[in-house]
Design a protein. Structure first.
Length: 427
């Protein structure tokens, strides 16, 4: 019985369960099959699960069909538990139920120890790759992961999350988006939902209420310059100050400069087209980040005669404001001056700087929300860093079958969930 005792120790079984056999099989594949049965000490420990009963007079009714659970490999071999779970019956009320296996995980096909190891692998690599290592099909692993994440996410407490960040995430080509809400203080993803219109805030508010938080307790919401997000936030969170994320403000102007360059390269004179050919990254980078060759190419352009050359300093000045303006007063002074300077430049150059003029008008319209970035201790760095998290999630959820799979992986990777998490078994 040495082998049986060894496996009983590995499974951490108490006196209510016993390993009655431990067999090594080579066909159809190599594996250890560990046979477990209940002992007589199980029955005195059980109580009827009926709320109006709860009697201790529980006896064995019969046994369910034998089942197997995948366990951690033992001695380098696949290991499975075989057990015909007993069905209990209350002598008082007659209720019959199957006694849960103490080793069973949420995936039903796996033990808790196996699931803990599988979760560790899936946090670091795509689910399909984890399945190859574990010798399991990825559909089973996905099912198990979704059970764990759903339970752990439902148990989260959102109270105290007074600073919220929201951003969109592109799932696939064809304009399929998720809207992601995050707690900027705890630096964790709270909620994700399909779409990027104002109704995503309604869905988020409903989720907040389910997790012990009220939408009117939210003090600040960091977001991009989306009109839909602004509408959603103002309609659902009446006390929240809107804070426009610096990353998106700079990106707005960066895209405008890029559009000016493309427009000029497309519609300009032949000499202008030739000078701007292959120059995209020259204007997307700050001067200190250019390679020596790129810096030489930029110096060789007649920037003062190019609309792109006029738009480029506008982007650089905005970046400098975010780097060097450390107080709300200085930020307001410099941003207001920047708007006047950029508008005057756009007016002089007319149609050539039309994309930039549109971006500057947007910033003027949203100036108070942009300046709110410098108030208090709100940091939007987590939302900016989520871009790399999104990329990692896409890799790990590769081959996902629906948006539900993708959201599950997002919560798993960035939701700070308590995993693995198991409910208390009914006694």
């Amino acid at each position: 019985m040495i082998a049986e005792e060894a496996f009983a120790g590995l499974l951490q079984l108490d006196e209510r369960w016993a390993v009655v056999a431990a067999e090594y099989e080579s066909e159809p594949a190599e594996r250890f099959l560990v046979v477990v049965r209940e002992t007589e000490t199980l029955w005195p420990s059980l109580r009827c699960g009926q709320p109006q009963c709860g009697d201790s007079g529980v006896v064995c009714h019969d046994h369910a069909e034998p089942r197997t659970w995948r366990h951690l490999d033992a001695f380098g071999k696949r290991t499975e538990i075989l057990c015909a779970l007993p069905r209990a019956r209350c002598k008082r009320c007659g209720k019959v139920w199957t006694v849960p296996a103490p080793w069973e995980g949420k995936g039903k096909h796996f033990t808790r120890d196996f699931e803990a190891f599988a979760l560790t692998l899936m946090r670091e690599m795509p689910v399909k790759r984890a399945g190859e290592i574990l010798g399991e099909v990825d559909t089973r692993l996905w099912r198990m992961l979704m059970h764990h994440v759903k339970g752990a996410h439902a148990a989260l407490d959102f109270s105290g999350g007074v600073q919220i960040g929201v951003d969109e995430m592109n799932l696939r080509k064809g304009h399929e988006y998720l809207t992601v809400f995050a707690d900027l203080l705890e630096r964790r993803v709270l909620f994700a939902t399909e779409g990027k219109d104002h109704t995503t805030f309604t869905a988020f508010v409903e989720e907040l209420m389910r997790h012990n938080e009220h939408p009117h307790a939210i003090e600040q919401v960091a977001m991009d310059l989306s009109a839909a997000y602004r509408k959603g936030a103002t309609q659902t969170m009446r006390n929240a100050e809107l804070v426009y994320d610096p990353f998106h403000v700079r990106a707005l102007v960066g895209r405008a400069v890029d559009e000016v360059r493309r427009q000029e390269a497309r519609e300009g004179e032949d000499a202008t087209k030739a000078s701007l050919k292959g120059s995209m990254y020259l204007f997307r980078k700050n001067p200190e980040n250019l390679t020596p060759r790129q810096a030489e190419e930029l110096d060789g352009l007649e920037l003062k005669n190019l609309a792109t050359g006029q738009a480029y300093p506008v982007r650089l000045e905005l970046s400098d404001i975010y780097r060097r303006a450390h107080t709300p007063q200085k930020a307001r002074y410099r941003l207001e001056a920047w708007v006047h300077w950029a508008e005057a430049k756009c007016e002089r150059w007319g149609k050539s700087l039309a994309p930039l003029a549109k971006a500057v008008t947007t910033i003027r319209t949203h100036l108070e929300g942009i300046l709110a970035h410098w108030k208090g201790e709100l940091s939007t760095a987590f939302m900016e860093g989520l871009n790399s998290v999104f990329s990692a999630v896409k890799r790990k959820a590769r081959g996902y079958r629906s948006i539900e799979y993708f959201i599950t992986m997002l919560y798993f990777v960035a939701g700070k969930l308590s995993l693995p998490s198991y409910p208390n078994h009914r006694k």
